[in-house]
Design a binder for this molecule. Structure first.
Ligand code: AMP
Length: 435
């Protein structure tokens, strides 16, 4: 049976691999989400929200039957009308489904959307790997130019920079297209076939259907065996090679440093040409902050007209981990500017209505709702980092006044009740200036 942090037996506990975002940390999430939205809007991306679940076949088709996600990680269930549904494990398939269903391409030739959403994958939980986690990302649908890829990569990088994150690395690759990849796959299969017996069981399984994935195996021995393996980059067709050159050229125009890494293959079948990853050395074994690429075949695969597209997805938990590791301050926590402390019943009655007046005037305000002593109320105001405490009891109220204490300087003064919101607003402004 589950226990809480003090060893008491719990009747209910959150599901393994999921976690609560508690009141003391939600402001960090809001801060990051705000920064993401702001960067997205500067790049003219608009938000899209899709349902949390979709028909299972959308993901099977859109992500690929042979991927880990579809093969072993999806949260799939049969609903009461016998339909197989799946909690979304990633967003691209859903976004493309929405794009096709709503004819978004007819309204605009290049559709630029972003999202922020929980995702669900039944992976083995560990640091930086959850079963419900959160991603943000963007997709640009309708163009083939490598300049779009470069812009979206720059956008992904810009989010980290806007948040003050350092030491991140951009790695890019090209995974070719249906013209050149099949030929390369054969060359790779032949190469790896010679060392088949030494490959990990996982890689042995992959050799027939998905040999590219062997290149990004985490297994030490696999890595050793593939050190000199042929790479897609050396077997690109003319069009893919030109596209990859243009991508690099565009990234240079944007002053983006990058490394070309022939081992970035991505787990998903629908990728064509550009593939990229953003890595942080502050993350340990789960070091990928974001990944993405071009998927010119997906819309077609899902029943739409052939429409090229490029996008990326990034994890919010990992982003927050890096911010914590780099000790980046987040100071948007919510606290009351004014705490009204009441020494007696009359004061309490007054405080209830006065707090509302202040809140309507735009001043974040708190009162004591637990009938505590004045001393306990002062302690509470301090604990909540209130900037000012306003004390009013029967005797002050009779004189149409309240005592204001500045919690930072300790200074005290008397305010006139009728003028309270105006005086407090002025103080709020002044204290903002001196912060
Ligand atoms: P993917 O959709 O697998 O390419 O993942 C994109 C990004 O989402 C990764 O780089 C991570 O930052 C994040 N991510 C993926 N899976 C998980 C997970 N199980 N737990 C936490 N973050 C994840």
């Amino acid at each position: 049976m589950a226990e809480d942090m003090h060893g008491a037996v719990l009747k209910f506990k959150s599901i393994k691999g999921t976690r609560d975002i508690l009141p003391d940390e939600s402001h960090r999430w809001q801060y990051v989400e705000q920064a993401i939205r702001s960067v997205m809007h500067r790049f003219n991306y608009k938000e899209i929200r899709t349902p949390v679940f979709e028909e299972t076949s959308l993901f099977a088709r859109g992500i690929g039957e042979l991927t880990d996600i579809v093969g072993k990680e999806m949260y799939t269930f049969i609903d009461r009308s016998e339909t197989s549904l799946t909690l979304k494990p990633e967003m691209t398939a859903s976004v493309m489904r929405a794009y096709i269903q709503n004819n978004l391409g007819e309204q605009q030739p290049l559709v630029k959307v972003y999202y922020l959403s929980p995702m669900f994958r039944q992976e083995r939980p560990q640091a930086g790997r959850l079963r419900q986690f959160h991603q943000y990302g963007a997709e640009a649908t309708g163009g083939t130019s490598a300049r779009i890829d470069a812009e979206i990569i720059a956008l992904a990088m810009e989010v980290y920079e806007a948040l003050g994150i350092k030491n991140i690395e951009l790695r890019i690759n090209s995974v070719g297209c249906p013209e050149c990849r099949p030929h390369y796959k054969e060359i790779l299969k032949e190469y790896l076939g010679k060392v088949y017996d030494k490959l990990s069981p996982e890689s042995q399984r992959r050799l027939e259907q998905n040999p590219l994935r062997i290149l990004d195996s985490k297994d030490e021995k696999d890595r050793e065996l593939t050190r000199d393996a042929p790479l897609m980059l050396d077997h690109l067709c003319k069009e893919c090679a030109a596209h990859f050159n243009e991508l690099q050229d565009s990234l240079r125009l944007l002053h983006r440093t990058f490394t070309v890494d022939g081992r970035i293959v991505r787990g998903l079948d629908y990728y064509t040409k550009t593939a990229f990853e953003i890595i942080s050395s502050d993350l340990g074994s789960q070091d990928a902050l974001a990944g993405g690429g071009r998927y010119d075949k997906l819309v077609e695969e899902l029943g739409g007209k052939p429409t090229p597209s490029v996008g990326f997805a990034a994890g919010i938990e990992r982003l927050l981990m890096v911010m914590e590791h780099q000790q980046i301050a987040i100071d948007n926590d919510i606290h009351p500017d004014v705490f009204i402390a009441a020494p007696d019943d009359e004061g309490r009655r007054w405080a209830l209505a006065a707090a509302m007046t202040l809140r309507h005037a735009g001043i974040p305000c708190e009162i004591d709702l637990l009938d505590r002593s004045l001393k306990a109320q002062m302690r509470e105001a301090d604990r909540q980092h209130a900037r000012f405490v306003l004390v009013a009891g029967a005797s002050e109220l009779q004189q149409n006044a309240a005592q204001l204490k500045d919690m930072r300087t300790g200074e005290q003064r008397t305010l006139t009740l009728s003028n309270l919101p105006v005086e407090l607003k002025e103080l709020q402004r002044d204290s903002g200036k001196t912060q």
